[in-house]
Design a protein around this ligand. Structure first.
Ligand code: ATP
Ligand code: MG
Length: 476
């Protein structure tokens, strides 16, 4: 209470908190055509039943920016039970703070009852992170609990008014991210907000207001106390924002990747991995902009590939054969990241598939390429192979060969297989004969003459290439 009073007197952080500004359509300029029919359906159904209902949060922000929101959240003074009764397909979810999922076909809308402000006696962990806080409240209180001023506006489709409690409109116009309330306190309550501010800054091209930015460097380690599943969700949003690269660069620029996410420490500090990750994220961003899907498994497989490579080399150096060594490396990386990141099982198995497929691309003889083509995740494995080529990790020739094979007709494919069987091309000829010792061949452009190991699985060349890289990596 006292803290709140002091904050009010000093006016730190938020400006004139709780000063409601109401804007009509001429003032805010939202194009109603950007609203989804279902969002209007939900708000009008609630309103007809006598409740207040608004589009809220990121959707209002996007509408004000003239962008079609990807999803719509609705805020209301109706309780979850009251909401549920009004819709045919509505499900109350969440144990601690209940929200309602309203479904229309595939479309899902999240309806949330206004939340009360965080009470001083809400249960917290030893660092001040709020563990439970489930009280309902007024709209003004709900606004105060939201993270940034630009995320705390309410739009009523019925009268086309925007309700702005914290100067969000002003901040949108100034392209500024400003946290609501006292920054340190808000980050302490929920450290994920530090990740969110960086994500929004990169995604929207906004600046971070000075008081909002200042505490992050010091408070970044608090992220480590957040349950891994939540960090993972936010991390996924960051990577799928269409500005993944910009987000990571921003994290790096501000030194936030240290402590913010263990994964990023690894990824951004490795020059070799950095090239690969940059390419992977670039193509992810391009896919998102083109409206294509992105698989989280592919994304995380890319982010962690150079960690796998390093361990793969270490196991091989310790005498393990190529394929078992790769599986051991994958196990190690997945185990450690599952702990930190709560990688879901499905994502983990996708990652493993993509990695395990890589040595198989070296086998360009007999039936192997045809078998690989039938692999359920071939396309992901192939895209991954192309990234490895583009980053300079392996010779571009192998990627070109597979592109030709993938796109070619039966005759072309047979020709490609016989060309790969020539000594010096593909793994055949060379690898089968080679056991240990210096490797030669047409593909060795700028590769070190690493000791290649047993080539039974066709992994010899990959092994040799990686051995070369381990040398580079060690020097960095
Ligand atoms: P996006 O476009 O990425 O979905 P968003 O702003 O809609 O952005 P959501 O995670 O969908 O982000 O959250 C919806 C709204 O809930 C936010 O706009 C914000 O008002 C509120 N919110 C979400 N996370 C937090 C948080 N950690 N602390 C406070 N408010 C939050
Ligand atoms: Mg959202």
């Amino acid at each position: 209470m006292i803290k709140k009073l002091i904050r009010k007197i000093l006016g730190k952080g938020g400006r004139d908190a709780n000063k409601l500004v109401v804007l009509g359509p001429e003032a805010h300029g939202i194009d109603p055509r950007l609203l989804s029919n279902n969002a209007v359906r939900v708000t009008s159904t609630l309103q007809e039943a006598g409740y207040e209902a608004f589009v809220v949060g990121g959707a209002v922000r996007d509408l004000l920016l003239g962008v079609k929101p990807k999803d719509f959240d609705i805020a209301t003074n109706a309780t979850p039970e009251q909401v549920k009764r009004l819709f045919r397909r509505a499900f109350i979810i969440g144990k601690r703070f209940q929200i309602v999922h309203v479904m229309f076909g595939q479309d899902l809308l999240e309806v949330t009852t206004f939340r009360g402000t965080t009470s001083d006696n809400a249960p917290k962990d030893e660092h001040g992170r709020v563990l439970r806080d489930n009280t309902f409240g007024t709209q003004a209180e709900d606004a105060e609990r939201r993270d940034f001023t630009i995320n705390a506006m309410y739009y009523n489709p019925a009268n086309q008014q925007v309700l702005d409690y914290h100067g969000g409109i002003e901040d949108i116009r100034a392209k500024t991210l400003r946290i609501i309330g006292q920054p340190e306190a808000r980050y302490r309550e929920d450290p994920v907000r530090m990740l969110r501010v960086v994500r929004f800054a990169a995604k929207l091209g906004f600046g971070i207001e000075q008081e909002t930015a200042a505490p992050i460097k010091v408070m970044a380690p608090l992220i480590n106390n957040v349950p891994a599943a939540r960090v993972f969700d936010e991390m996924l949003k960051l990577l799928m924002s269409g500005q993944a690269l910009a987000c990571l660069q921003q994290l790096r620029k501000e030194g936030l990747h240290h402590g913010l996410l263990p994964l990023l420490d690894v990824v951004l500090e490795q020059p070799l991995g950095f090239k690969f990750v940059t390419l992977a994220l670039d193509s992810t961003d391009a896919r998102i902009h083109a409206g294509k899907t992105v698989s989280p498994g592919f994304l995380f497989a890319s982010l962690l590939w150079h960690q796998v490579l390093e361990k793969w080399n270490a196991y091989r150096a310790a005498g393990e054969q190529t394929i078992p060594a790769l599986h051991l490396a994958a196990d190690d990386v997945l185990d450690s990241q599952t702990e930190k990141l709560a990688l879901q099982r499905k994502i983990g198995s996708d990652m493993r598939d993509i990695w395990a497929m890589q040595p198989r691309f070296e086998r360009r003889q007999g039936k192997s390429p045809f078998k690989l083509l039938e692999h359920q995740r071939f396309r992901a494995g192939y895209d991954f192979l192309l990234l490895r080529c583009a980053s300079g990790e392996i010779d571009a020739e192998i990627g070109d060969w597979w592109t030709a094979f993938y796109e070619g007709d039966d005759i072309t494919r047979e020709e490609l297989i016989s060309s790969a069987s020539q000594p010096g091309r593909g793994e055949a000829g060379g690898a089968a004969k080679r056991k240990r010792g210096p490797r030669r061949g047409g593909r060795s452009r700028n590769r070190g003459e690493g000791a290649s190991d047993e080539g039974g699985e066709g992994g010899a060349q990959v092994g040799a290439d990686h051995a070369g890289h381990a040398g580079d990596g060690g020097a960095d």
